[in-house]
Design a protein around this ligand. Structure first.
Ligand SMILES: [Zn+2]
Ligand SMILES: [Zn+2]
Length: 277
């Protein structure tokens, strides 16, 4: 199978309330930008609508699923996949994720995203001026490792999101990151170099200006560890459906990392095929 080089499995739509564009609009733009495999990965909702400002309503799940299915048959993009970017919380744990998203709703794939630091104010990462402690970063990474160990996720999105609130790299961050790389390698789960972070306004730090994430020292260590990586557009508007993702590929190669998007897509597509037959 050869899907070409443009495989993006990280796409949002207007349903999440902080993105724009419908599934059909993303597919049309993906056709123009030469995307071979387009995966939709809306932020997963919770039955009690927690964190509801940044995700669809729970009742929309079947509608979203159907919207992607319709696009699969109608669009010019060779492969369209239905996924979710999932936040897991203790009272909606892995059994819920598996039964509801993979079982009942039959999504093709799930990707893991941590957007809140466990045990801390959910707004913390999103409040300008926040500086995280090493303990905060450790909690974030432990949550990511927990998701990796579940075996439910194709990859982890922006595993270095916390970099947006960390002005200076420290030896503690090296140790914490290496724990994550060990888990990613042990479970064969790729980590994502997120192109959205590269599109965001750069931040001022004592070491100079840099994109909020991905953060070079983290990926330098990832390169030394030899983890598997993917790139994700993390599109929140149709124009970004591929957009600057080549910058994320170039960023990976700086550290000797080669994105494995095509391999991942082949695996998801093969699994979907066998499920249906
Ligand atoms: Zn988003
Ligand atoms: Zn995302």
């Amino acid at each position: 199978m050869n899907f070409g080089t443009r495989v993006n499995l990280h796409t949002h739509t207007r349903r999440c309330k902080h993105a724009c564009g419908t599934v059909a609009e993303y597919c049309a733009e993906a056709g123009r930008q030469g995307i071979a495999v387009l995966g939709f990965s809306e932020h997963s909702p919770f039955p009690d609508e927690r964190h509801g400002g940044s995700r669809m309503f729970y009742r929309e799940l079947p509608e979203y699923r159907a919207e992607v299915e319709a696009a699969r048959n109608a669009s010019l993009v060779p492969e369209v996949l239905a996924g979710l970017e999932v936040d897991v919380e203790p009272d909606y744990g892995f059994a819920f994720v598996e039964d509801e998203f993979l079982g009942r709703q039959r999504f093709d794939y799930l990707i893991a995203g941590v957007h809140y630091i466990p045990g801390r104010d959910p707004e913390l990462l999103w409040t300008p001026g926040t500086v995280l402690t090493p303990e905060d970063v450790r909690r974030y990474i432990e949550a990511v490792i927990h998701l990796i160990e579940s075996g439910l996720f194709e990859y982890v999105v922006h595993p270095d999101l916390w970099a947006l609130c960390c002005p200076v790299w420290t030896p503690e961050l090296t140790a914490i990151s290496q724990d994550l790389f060990r888990a990613a390698l042990a479970f064969g789960v790729p980590l994502e170099i997120n192109a959205y972070g590269l599109r965001k306004p750069s931040i001022e730090t004592p070491a100079g200006r840099r994109p909020p994430y991905p953060w070079a020292p983290f990926w330098e260590l990832a390169g030394e560890a030899g983890v598997q990586v993917v790139v994700g557009a993390d599109a929140h508007r149709p124009a970004d459906v591929w957009g600057n993702t080549d910058d994320a590929v170039a960023f990976a190669r700086r550290f000797g990392l080669e994105p494995e998007n095509e391999k991942l897509a082949e695996r998801i597509i093969a699994r979907r095929g066998s499920k249906r037959s």
